[in-house]
Design a protein around this ligand. Sequence first.
Ligand code: ADP
Ligand code: MG
Length: 349
Amino acid sequence: MEEKKKVGVIFGGMSTENEVSVQSAKSVMKNIDTNTYKIEPIYIDKKGIWYESKQEDEVEFGGEIKSKTKIDNIVEYLKKLDIVFPVLHGLYGEDGTIQGLLKLLNIKYVGCGVLASSVGMDKAYTKIIFDRANINQAKYVYLKVVNEKYVYVDKNFDEKTMEMKEVVKTITTQLKFPMFVKPSNSGSSVGIKKAENEEQLAENIRYAAKFDTKVLIEEGIEGKEVECAVLGNEEVIASNVGEIKAADEFYSFDAKYKNSKSRTVIPADIPEKIAEEIRKQAIKAFKAIDGRGLSRVDFFVEKDTNKIYINEINTMPGFTNISMYPKLFESVGIKYDELLDTLLKLAEE
Ligand SMILES: Nc1ncnc2c1ncn2[C@@H]1O[C@H](COP(=O)(O)OP(=O)(O)O)[C@@H](O)[C@H]1O
Ligand SMILES: [Mg+2]
């Protein structure tokens, strides 16, 4: 008998999405084909310490990982693996850092490479690439916050240091309220707030700056929030389009993980022509960032006009069996375990 391939499933991580990642990985590990693969669970805690874990461990959301043995030599440990599935969301996982480590060690891994991961994680840079690809998106500006000083970066990357008063003035001449203020590197809506007026704008910029040195400000789009999943390396396919019904004013952290009234609807209640256009744009966006393996691409469909705006691309989307990404593919006939099989095969290409 041929020896089984060792798949390292890495989860947890140092980001604000540690708990979400644990849940995603639990589902993934339950559904990987164990006739072909041997699963090696690896847990990274919030401090960045790596552990060998056990698959059987049941962990509720936010609960503690019980079976864990510290890995002393991470490099040696990783070298024993054939493939890695980094089921990590957010910083130090979805941003190209772990991908860089794996690449350096010549280990195959599931999903996007270094460049796509880091571009997808940084909202300001995602916007710059989408602009270049002519994909419609909300108007935006971004700032760098250095030692409580605000550096406005214009379209030519020329910088101007400003006081908050001037920042607000500059932004309000370019964008209309309501605006969304976001840390450029964020996930799960952490640090994101909606601003309806100048005071809130200043307040929200200060708040977002607690999470990242780059802050993105964009015009709010009123309409439906929809998502499309893509899969593939060279030949990329797109799923159905699904809709998010957030149980809050917007899809905040609480609406995502705490409010059970948030719902998803598949397929989204939009005209087929619009859905087809979203699928096309999702693939285009994925290719524009040099994507590989998988991504979930999020859009808004504007009320009244049905105009499409791209919002963001997630290179390692939530992966529990009730998450949008697997559900979108399930709705077009690709079951969860088949999806994992395809992703592992794509990683080996
Ligand atoms: N320009 C916008 N117009 C309307 N709602 C927005 C806009 N940007 C963000 N939102 C709302 O905020 C949520 C989180 O923003 P998003 O950019 O998706 O960040 P994250 O990466 O944390 O998911 C979105 O799901 C949406 O509900
Ligand atoms: Mg989002």
